[in-house]
Design a protein around this ligand. Sequence first.
Ligand SMILES: Nc1ncnc2c1ncn2[C@@H]1O[C@H](COP(=O)(O)OP(=O)(O)OP(=O)(O)O)[C@@H](O)[C@H]1O
Ligand SMILES: CC(C)(CO)[C@@H](O)C(=O)[O-]
Ligand code: BAL
Length: 282
Amino acid sequence: MRTLREIPALREALADVRRRGERIALVPTMGNLHDGHLALVAAARERADVVIATIFVNPMQFGPNEDLDAYPRTLEADQAGLEAAGCDLLFAPEVSTVYPRPLEAQTRIAVPEVTEGLCGGSRPGHFDGVTTIVGMLFNLVQPDFACFGEKDYQQLAVIRRMVADLHFPIEIVGVPIVRAEDGLALSSRNGYLSAEQRAVAPRLYQTLGELREALEAGEATGPTLARGYARLQQAGFAPDYLELRAADLGPVTPTTREAVLLAAARLGATRLIDNLTLTLPR
Ligand SMILES: Nc1ncnc2c1ncn2[C@@H]1O[C@H](COP(=O)(O)OP(=O)(O)OP(=O)(O)O)[C@@H](O)[C@H]1O
Ligand SMILES: CC(C)(CO)[C@@H](O)C(=O)[O-]
Ligand code: BAL
């Protein structure tokens, strides 16, 4: 696997791939890779001749009080993991390569509606940063496929909307959440948890599971969500949100069947997200 740090080198490598008429799949990440990321690489490998991963801790999607500086940067271990997973090319640019001008002067992509509320509510500006970098990567790589995890459910919906609105000729592949044995969704941020917090963390998934069971059995949404919120607080979480939405992230109406429970909650300074899809009864 080759690691490329500069845009001209990336363009050159991709020109060769295109001349050969090969299909390209892109896996954008922020690095510190775990089995969730490697599942994205596997999904990419299934579909394309050439798999390109990117590692870039994107400053534009972090709020002023978020963990941009603390975010784990583990390039060597990531390179080994990607190579073993069958990745062909890694693009890992510097911030100054991606954003040669100050961030305030940078052209942005802003997706309306689906970015409102949930993580868009608790992390203002976050999704503009995500769509700007992902749109830029789509332009640089021009992949046939791009793979994203369902753990970041709203992010996936936002990217699908951007691709539709801006007519990117790219198939977006959603990959199911990879979990630890105790149910905790794998995340680079799990590494911030103390042993005590790590023992509590699976309660987020367990609570979503209990709520799903209740909602699928026809229990009323309001009291069920209120109970879940209280459970999370009792376990030691400070929830940012716990919501039931239609699967397309629109509001739940009496005719909604395919729905999703979404939560973001802090354990100490660590913000965890998770979601479970469900089918509401008639
Ligand atoms: N457990 C997981 N299962 C499936 N996909 C995942 C999982 N964790 C992350 N991904 C996906 O990997 C891609 C890169 O995510 P990212 O590098 O932010 O990893 P992360 O572990 O989610 O980190 P963070 O703690 O910053 O959320 C995204 O498409 C994300 O949805
Ligand atoms: C898609 C992404 C790589 C864009 O920086 C990031 O939001 C992530 O890791 O999910
Ligand atoms: N997994 C989405 C990247 C972020 O939290 O900024």
